[in-house]
Write a protein that binds this ligand. Structure first.
Ligand SMILES: *Cc1c(COP(=O)(O)O)cnc(C)c1O
Length: 412
């Protein structure tokens, strides 16, 4: 019985072939495994990340570039980023500690997140981090923590805007949200923070994530500039800095096309040229996670077993959803679709048959690829799942079922 295959996303550009194998950063898949000391592992190509940063600089000269480390907080990656981006965004005290270990100064860090504990606030204030205030209660806890430390806390207000990023994979603005202060409440809170002696840094608006629609991103940026100018005028405060959010997506699935970066850059450039007088001296920030690192990462797992069940072929690997939850379709997806996937050790061979690539966890949720047309993969072969550089190792339940965490390797 032949099963028809299901489509998968396109393999991202920038990978090569060595000895018939997938090559990442000019290292063959088997050599990556040897360098890391075994599979399963995540491999990140630093050259691809550097190319993304360079492309951003060229297309979007009017804004600073921040890296949102929740996408991938691997320590060697943070060290690589430290000298290449203008700043970082964290969402916990733990993430802040990772950046401090990488030697990043607090003045280059913004701290958002709806549940900052007093200890997190104290740590951030001591380090000179900009707190993105998400509620009136948090504002008062930050002021109190500043009083205790004898330091004026650096604060910006994260605004929950009246709009959202259209078509975004994950919406984080508009309507009732745990994130940010509702726009109508912002002017009074800004005046309160300034009156209480906080070190006022401006505004942060994050409208959504994973958008491939340049027009929608530009529309959100234009709406953000307009909103922030109105809020500043209403509050009677200046705007030293404005974090415009990000939301730049990457194509994971069949039919998706890469974001048109030039169009985003042109649209933002025009909007900045026409910005309100109150924003004349403002520094603008774009904060990106997955767009910088997502396509630079590959997850490699070794085939343990190849079996047939009622006419369907299962390729069982030594990794799975405990490392790469998103590829299994269990990280916010409504319907499961196939990430780009390949037999890394037979990259140049034609498709042999249709197989399901499943992980080693004892749960039916653990599927890395469904009905894929692949070369014949047997024990010892390596399976590659692409688009694994963001929301992989740190966003997956590594302790689930006791197989242990994945290795990680930064090349270049
Ligand atoms: C998650 C998040 C990001 C990063 O999102 P990506 O889709 O990875 O670019 C940036 N800023 C904030 C506030 C976030 O919550």
């Amino acid at each position: 019985m032949t099963l028809s295959s299901k489509p998968m996303g396109a393999i991202p550009a920038g990978f090569g072939v060595i000895d018939g194998q997938l090559a990442i950063g000019k290292v063959s898949a088997r050599d990556c495994v040897a360098m890391a000391g075994g599979a399963p592992l995540f491999v990140y190509d630093a050259a691809l990340i550097a190319a993304r940063i360079a492309a951003f600089r060229e297309a979007v000269p009017g804004a600073d570039l921040h890296y949102a480390i929740k996408a991938n907080p691997y320590a060697p990656l943070l060290a690589f980023m430290a000298s290449r981006v203008d700043g970082f965004d964290v969402a916990s005290g733990g993430e802040l500690a990772l950046l401090q270990a990488a030697g990043v100064a607090g003045a280059r860090i913004g701290f958002a997140g709806p549940g900052k504990r007093d200890a997190d606030l104290a740590m951030a204030i001591a380090a000179g981090v900009t707190l993105h205030i998400e509620s009136a209660g948090e504002a008062d806890r930050a002021l109190a923590a500043g009083m205790r430390a004898g330091i004026a806390p650096r604060v910006a207000i994260r605004v929950n805007p009246d709009f959202e990023l259209a078509g975004a994979g994950m919406r984080m603005g508009g309507g009732a949200r745990p994130f940010g202060v509702d726009a109508p409440d912002v002017p009074a809170l800004a005046r309160h923070l300034v009156a209480q002696g906080a070190d006022w840094q401006g505004f942060h608006v994050y409208a959504g994530s994973q958008s491939l629609d340049a027009g929608a991103i530009v529309a959100a940026q234009i709406a953000t500039l307009d909103l922030v100018a109105r809020l500043a005028d209403a509050a009677g405060v200046g705007v030293p800095g404005c974090n415009l959010g990000g939301g730049f997506g990457i194509p994971y699935f069949t039919g998706q096309t890469p974001l048109d970066l030039a169009m985003v850059g042109e649209g933002l450039g025009e909007a900045l040229a026409n910005r309100a007088a109150v924003l004349a001296d403002t520094r603008f920030i774009i904060e990106l996670g997955r767009w910088l690192v997502g396509e630079a990462g590959v997850y490699l797992a070794e085939v343990i077993e190849r079996k047939t069940s009622r006419g369907e072929t299962f390729v069982v690997v030594d990794g799975g959803m405990h490392h790469q939850l998103a590829a299994s379709g269990n990280f916010g997806a409504v319907i499961r679709r196939n990430y780009p996937c390949a037999v890394a050790t037979r990259i140049a061979e034609p498709a042999h048959d249709v197989a399901h690539v499943v992980g080693c966890l004892c749960t039916p949720l653990d599927r890395l690829g469904e009905s894929l047309a692949l070369p014949h993969a047997g024990p010892g072969d390596l399976i590659a799942v692409f688009c694994a550089g963001a929301y992989g190792a740190s966003a997956s339940p590594a302790a689930f079922l006791g197989h242990g965490p994945a290795r990680e390797l930064l090349l270049g």
